[in-house]
Ligand binder design. Structure first.
Ligand code: IDP
Ligand code: MG
Length: 149
């Protein structure tokens, strides 16, 4: 089953939106595999966002993601990466559809509440960056057959 890395960014934690954000993924039918509440180190942030190293917003992005604790999670499901991205909404919250997390709760690209992996390949790397195999739980969810045909 495909897995994706989701982060509730520091603004989501500070604004008391952890529960609301987790609820969106849970209600959608994605299955929780791992979760922890952490302060990201600068090294972890720089590794996680290495792809954006040459972008003008890179430094402020690293500052933002390390400015307070985050909730890091792994969610699983069929097409989990694409489903989670749709649930999160467009990168710029102004363009994010109402009903998406960013479309309902955010106003600016630099305070867009959530990270979600953007491809299955990147998801594998990001999940491994944040979680050991032992931290990822395989479990039987009794509603699985009502969510996945
Ligand atoms: P994504 O989070 O929707 O995948 P990316 O393009 O991967 O978006 O960018 C990573 C993060 O960098 C965004 O979520 C946002 O916090 C920040 N970011 C992206 N573009 C800009 C920008 O133009 N200005 C400021 N921050 C940006
Ligand atoms: Mg991205």
């Amino acid at each position: 089953m495909e897995q994706t890395l989701i982060l509730v960014k520091p603004d989501g934690v500070q604004r008391g939106l952890i529960g609301a954000i987790i609820g969106r993924f849970e209600q959608r039918g994605l299955k929780l595999v791992a979760m922890k509440f952490i302060q990201m180190s600068r090294t972890l942030a720089e590794t996680h966002y290495a792809v954006h190293k040459e972008r003008p917003f890179y430094n402020s992005l690293v500052e933002y993601i390390t400015s307070g604790p985050v909730v890091a999670m792994v969610w699983a499901g069929k097409d989990a990466v694409a489903a989670a991205r749709a649930t999160i909404g467009a990168t710029n919250p102004v363009a994010a559809a109402p009903g998406s997390i960013r479309g309902d709760f955010a106003m600016e690209i630099g305070r867009n509440l959530v990270h979600g992996s953007d491809s299955p390949e990147n998801a594998v790397n990001e999940v491994n960056l944040f979680f050991t195999p032992e931290e990822r739980v395989t479990w039987n969810r009794l509603t699985d057959s009502w969510i996945q045909e």
